[in-house]
Design a protein around this ligand. Structure first.
Ligand SMILES: NC(=O)C1=CN([C@@H]2O[C@H](COP(=O)(O)OP(=O)(O)OC[C@H]3O[C@@H](n4cnc5c(N)ncnc54)[C@H](OP(=O)(O)O)[C@@H]3O)[C@@H](O)[C@H]2O)C=CC1
Ligand SMILES: O=C[C@H](O)[C@@H](O)[C@@H](O)[C@H](O)C(=O)O
Length: 324
């Protein structure tokens, strides 16, 4: 039987399947979170950047009011780049929106600092996405992600988060962070799917007892992964949906998987995980080649920071301190 949870390097259990909230629209996300929790999800993945934490908090409250216990739910949120020099402020804002006094895991969203006092020529959301007059993101080029990590470490003592981790860290970023870290990140949340197995960073995390949380497992919104031939054929063979295959892939690799949906039937369907054998994983290992032949992309989430994050498939952009 596929595992339903994994152990973090803090000793805490983390569920194998989590509910994602990125791009979950206002007016829908509160209900979606409530349905997810009442259907059996034990992990909610949020972020300040998603600009919907108030509504996620409403969904949590509705579930808690119905008898679900806070201590049975694993809540994750993330420090956004404009708060990279103000980790405690970032966490406190998220806690207020979520209506919680602690989260189970607080993650650095990207190893980037963005101008905390920036503006936008178009009057848009400068608190999250400050832009320069030329339209580029307003990046703090001298910012050191290791310093953000030191501030994250200090947060653990406040009790406002039970554990800390990172997102979007490549092998070289993890290695550079570990040279200076007093606390080894509990988690690295990365884009992961049969299209983008990221074996290099998965291996370095495993070697250092850093748990992988896989995001965009279904290829995010509108991606070609759900329709990829090896995925469809394996789904037919096993008598399950393509989505079930794509989610089960991570649990078979020992990772937690995050799936987002605001559609009740899909929210429920995405809880289903099946065992995949070594042969099944071999079939899925052909996905990158198949998609590449079709001219389809393999990585779906790569925001325009203009930074080299050290991923082997993306080597362009500027170098940051302690970066690639
Ligand atoms: N740390 C980071 O930088 C990042 C973290 N994440 C986290 O990971 C989560 C998941 O990744 P995300 O990029 O949202 O994408 P997913 O891979 O979860 O795909 C979500 C899309 O798939 C659709 N969908 C969901 N279930 C099914 C299904 N069973 N059959 C068909 N379509 C389905 C959803 O539609 P609908 O909602 O309309 O049902 C939505 O359009 C995020 O929500 C977020 O919490 C994601 C990206 C980056
Ligand atoms: O978590 C999801 C993603 O990382 C998302 O937060 C970013 O892609 C963000 O929209 C950006 O444009 O930088």
């Amino acid at each position: 039987m596929a595992p339903t949870s994994f152990k973090l390097n803090t000793g805490a259990e983390i569920p194998a399947v989590g509910f994602g909230t990125w791009q979950a629209p206002p007016g829908q996300v509160a209900k979606a979170v409530e349905i997810a929790l009442k259907s059996g999800y034990k992990l909610i993945d949020a972020a300040y950047c998603y600009a919907n934490e108030d509504e996620v908090g409403q969904g949590l409250k509705a579930a808690f009011d119905s008898g679900i216990k806070r201590e049975d739910i694993f809540v994750v949120t993330k420090l956004w780049n404009t708060y990279s020099t103000r980790a405690e402020v970032g966490l406190s804002k998220s806690l207020k929106s979520l209506g919680l006094d602690y989260v189970d895991l607080f993650l650095v969203h990207w190893a980037v600092g963005m101008n905390p006092n920036g503006t936008r020529p178009d009057g848009g959301d400068a608190d999250r996405f400050p832009l320069l007059p030329n339209g580029e993101r307003d990046i703090l080029w001298d910012h050191d992600h290791v310093q953000t990590w030191k501030d994250m470490e200090a947060l653990v003592k406040t009790g406002k988060t039970k554990a800390i981790g990172v997102c979007n860290y490549s092998k070289v970023y993890i290695e550079n962070l570990l040279k200076h870290a007093s606390i080894v990140p509990a988690v690295n949340q990365i884009e992961n799917s049969p299209a983008l197995p990221q074996q290099e960073v998965v291996d370095v995390c495993k070697a250092n007892d850093i748990h992988i949380m896989a995001y965009s497992p279904l290829g995010s919104t509108g991606g070609p992964l759900m329709k990829s031939k090896p995925v469809i054929e394996l789904a037919e063979k096993k008598g399950v949906s393509a989505g079930t295959i794509l989610l089960s892939y991570h649990v078979a690799r020992g990772s937690t998987v995050l799936a987002k949906s605001v559609t009740e039937s899909r929210i429920k369907e995405n809880l289903k995980i099946v065992d995949l054998t070594a042969d099944d994983l071999k079939v899925l290992s052909t996905v990158p080649e198949v998609l590449t032949k079709e001219g389809a992309p393999l990585r779906y989430v790569y925001p325009p920071f203009g930074i080299n994050f050290g991923f082997p498939d993306k080597q362009e952009g500027k170098t940051l301190k302690n970066g690639a």
